[in-house]
Design a protein around this ligand. Sequence first.
Ligand code: FE2
Length: 511
Amino acid sequence: MTLAANGVSAAPQASAEPAGQFDRDDWASAFCNVEQELDSAPVPVVKGAIPAELCGTLYRNGPGCLERDGQWVHHPFDGDGMIVALCLGADGASLSNRFVRTEGWQAEQKAGRVLYRGVFGTQKPGGPRANAFDLRFKNIANTHVVRLGDQLLALWEAAGPHGLDPHSLETHGLSDLGGVLKPGEPFSAHPRFDPGHHGSPRMVTFGVKTGPRSTIRLMEFATEATAATEDRQGLEAGALISERSDSFSGFAFLHDFVITPNWAVFLQNAINFNPLPFVLGQKGAAQCLSSKPGGQAKFWLIPRDCGAFAGQSPRIFDGPDGFVFHHLNAWEEGEEIIVESINYADYPSVDPDQDFRSIDFGLIPEGLLERCRINLIQNSIETSRLSDRCCEFAMVNPRHEGLPARYAWMAVTERKTGNAPLQAIKKLDLIHGDCCQWSAAPRGFVSEPMMVPRPGGDAEDDGWVLVVVWNGARRASDLVILNADDLSEQAVLELPLAIPHGLHGSWMAAG
Ligand code: FE2
């Protein structure tokens, strides 16, 4: 199916582009500044109906400001974080959006120009001389948004979280999570949500300080209040349950990780960091990363404090070749830990001289879903490919996080091989390899799919997949609700906002 000009689905149409190609203007038109902040604006349903059981809020985060005073960011990842809240319920749908009032956003709004360097290569005006030795990081809060306790957290991994009101989206400011975080302490943008491996649900996350050695602080927070028992005191939602710190040799770029009931699993990619061009004002810090020829990736397995190996030292295993930003899931099976990840043949570096809107996708390695079986007894790993289509943003049913899962939902390219913009959603049977697909091509571009289980549903694929789609014809965004089992369209909503290609988000069920 395709998204027609009015945003509703239509039968596939002939495209001016060859099959599997995309319209670059449509794709690049999503890179725009968001000029308005809406407050519970009504959202029309233009096809189908919102399921009665689908009540809650889809929160999305991503860059909302990409240009100031005529200067574009060097890479969209340098754009200021903007939160979108899409509320679905019996009364229909509404949308609110707010920029995160970070210190940097406020200062640049006031000045009307770029004042900070960006990690992905955005420079202050004036060339290297004006940027040299300015090593400040602008916390742009643009990567993820999750609910913890009574606040929303806008996350950016190199610094602390910003706390927001979950209803008004008003920024409260940097949050130390009730005294847990020290000023400036890094806090991952990729928490994992334990659905209740040890009784009550938790948010498991980390912060990493890296250099010649890297220290990971692993933290587990209660996501629901728990009553006091004879053995344990009660906890409020958002309270820190446990933490531990472990040091490893070598530089680490850890964007994501995975959990099982007993382990937190990190993959240290085999990459180098040469900070000199960053210090000299020639490149952003992330542009100073490069793959390490002949290097060996490592899995770092840290025992969770609630698990069978609590208090023991981490274990280290060789990792797969290539580079991983995102994992899908992990689980334990006898003496093995199985980790599923999206693997790139090489680190997809950010060219210092290229306009990101004219990027040649043919030069970027594709992300391919792979499974790695780590044998804890034999100290060995075995890797296998799960899909040959380029993908990103994969997830399992959240009730299966850290546990065996049969199905995965992910964003994929329209073309069967090679890299390209993400235009389709794929459901993959991880056991048998069967798959089905929904496509927004030729003029639609998808973001991270969010699988929401049906309340009370038993089947793993009983629920919906929510996808914010850039509608190139309408030059605005749609919310497409798919049935999770066969990816048939349940509803299409035309959003009253143009949302640039985003990063991560989360679903909070009502009540
Ligand atoms: Fe990510």
